[in-house]
Design a binder for this molecule. Structure first.
Ligand code: NAD
Ligand code: LMR
Length: 328
C-alpha cells in the first residue's frame, strides 16, 4: 500500500474548504492512485463545524481517504505536511479591497510559516489561497527559512481560468480550444490578464479576436474585477471556482502541465521579466518533475510592460506595508 500523502487544509470549515475537501479525498488533487490523509486546521470556534465536514467525508467512504485529523494548532496541523492548502483567512465583503485584508490576514501566515518550517516533509508544497494571497505567501515563506522559497505559491489559477473562459466566449469556441493566457502580477484588481501569447484553436488569439479595444476595455477589467463581481452577485466571495482552481494548480505542480501549455502561477520572482527578486508574482509557468519553471523569452510590449509594472508596484507596496506592520 502506498504511503498516504498528508494534505493540510486550513480554513477547513469555510466555504472554499467545503468545496475542496471532497474533491481532495476523492483523488482529484493528486491522482486516482494516491491515498491522502487530511489534516484540517481551523480556529477553535470553527472546530465543531470542521468535525461536521469530517463526518460527511467519512460518509462518502472514499477509498483513497486514509484518515482525517482536525486541529486548532498550526504546529500539529503542519506536522509531516506534503501538500498545504492555506485557505483559512477572512474573505472580502462587498465594497472591500484586498488591501483592507492585509493586517487582518497577514497575522495568520507568520505562525503558519513557522509551523511549516518546524514540521513539513522534505517535498512540501504550499499553495496560498487566502487573501491577499501573494503577500500572505511571502509572509509564510519568510517564516520558513529551511523550506526552499519556491515551495510557496499563491493562486493565480482562478484568474487564469476566468481569462480562458472570457476569451473562449469572445471567440465563440469551447474553452478547451483556448490556451496560454497569462495573469501577471498580483491576485488583485491590478493584475494584468494578457492574451498577447494566447492561442485559440492553435492560432494567435490577438488575430482571432482582432479587437484591441475589447481586449483593453472589456476583457482586462472583466477578468481583473471578476472576484468583486461574484461577491456583488452572490453576496459571498467565489468558492467552488476557487476550490477548482486550487485543485488544478496542485495537480499540475505535482504531475506536470500538458505539453505545449502553460498556466499562471504566483511564485517568488527570480528576477524574470524585470520583477524584483523574491516578490511572489504571477508569471506564465510550466511544471516539470514537480517544479515550476517560468516561461522565458516572451516578448513584452510597452502596454504590457506598463500594466505589469503597475501590478508589481502594488506587490511592493503590500510587502512594505506588512514589513511596517512587523509581519515580515
Ligand atoms: P470563509 O470565511 O468561508 O472561510 C474561511 C475559514 O477560515 C473560516 O472557517 C475561518 O474560521 C477559517 N480561519 C480563519 N482564520 C484561520 C486560521 N488562523 N487558521 C485556520 N483557519 C482559519 O472564507 P472562504 O470563502 O472559504 O475564503 C477563504 C479565503 O480565500 C479568503 O481570504 C478569500 O478572500 C480567499 N479567496 C482567494 C481566492 C484566490 O483566487 N486566491 C479566491 C476566492 C477566495
Ligand atoms: C476572487 O478572486 O474571487 C477572490 O480573491 C475573492 C475576492 O476577494 O476577490
Amino acid at each position: 500500500m502506498t504511503v498516504p500523502v498528508n494534505v493540510t487544509v486550513t480554513g477547513a470549515a469555510g466555504q472554499i474548504g467545503y468545496a475542496l475537501l471532497f474533491r481532495v479525498a476523492s483523488g482529484q488533487l493528486l491522482g486516482p492512485d494516491v491515498p491522502v490523509r487530511l489534516r484540517l486546521l481551523e480556529v477553535p470556534q470553527a472546530v465543531k463545524a470542521a468535525e461536521g465536514t469530517a463526518m460527511e467525508l467519512e460518509d462518502c467512504a472514499f477509498p483513497l481517504l486514509a484518515g482525517i485529523d482536525i486541529f486548532d494548532d498550526p504546529t500539529a496541523a503542519f506536522d509531516g505536511v506534503n501538500v498545504g492548502l492555506l485557505v483559512g483567512a477572512r474573505p472580502r465583503g462587498p465594497g472591500m479591497e484586498r488591501s483592507d485584508l492585509l493586517a487582518a490576514n497577514g497575522g495568520i501566515f507568520g505562525p503558519q510559516g513557522k509551523a511549516i518550517n518546524a514540521g513539513a516533509a522534505d517535498d512540501v508544497r504550499i499553495l496560498v489561497v487566502g487573501n491577499p494571497a501573494n503577500t500572505n505567501a511571502l509572509i509564510a515563506s519568510a517564516h520558513a527559512p529551511d523550506v526552499p522559497a519556491d515551495r510557496f505559491n499563491a493562486m493565480m489559477r482562478l484568474d487564469h481560468n476566468r481569462a480562458l473562459a472570457q476569451l473562449a466566449l469572445k471567440a465563440g469556441v469551447p474553452v478547451r480550444d483556448v490556451a496560454n493566457v497569462i495573469i501577471w502580477g498580483n491576485h488583485s484588481a491590478k493584475q494584468y490578464p494578457d492574451i498577447a501569447h494566447a492561442v485559440v484553436d492553435g492560432k494567435s488569439a490577438v488575430d482571432i479576436v482582432n479587437d484591441d479595444a475589447w481586449v483593453r476595455d472589456t476583457f482586462v477589467p472583466t477578468v481583473a474585477k471578476r472576484g468583486a463581481a461574484v461577491i456583488e452577485a452572490r453576496g459571498l466571495s467565489s468558492a467552488a471556482s476557487a476550490a477548482n482552481a486550487a485543485m488544478a494548480h496542485v495537480n499540475d505542480w505535482v504531475n506536470g502541465t500538458p505539453e505545449g501549455v502553460w498556466t499562471s502561477v504566483a511564485m517568488p520572482s527570480d528576477g524574470s521579466y524585470g520583477v524584483p527578486e523574491g516578490l511572489v508574482c504571477g508569471f506564465p509557468a510550466r511544471a516539470k518533475n514537480g517544479a515550476w519553471e517560468i516561461v522565458q523569452g516572451l516578448e513584452i510590449d510597452a502596454y504590457a510592460r506598463e500594466k505589469i509594472d503597475v501590478s508589481v508596484a502594488e506587490l511592493i507596496e503590500e510587502r512594505d506595508a506588512v514589513t511596517e506592520l512587523g509581519l515580515l
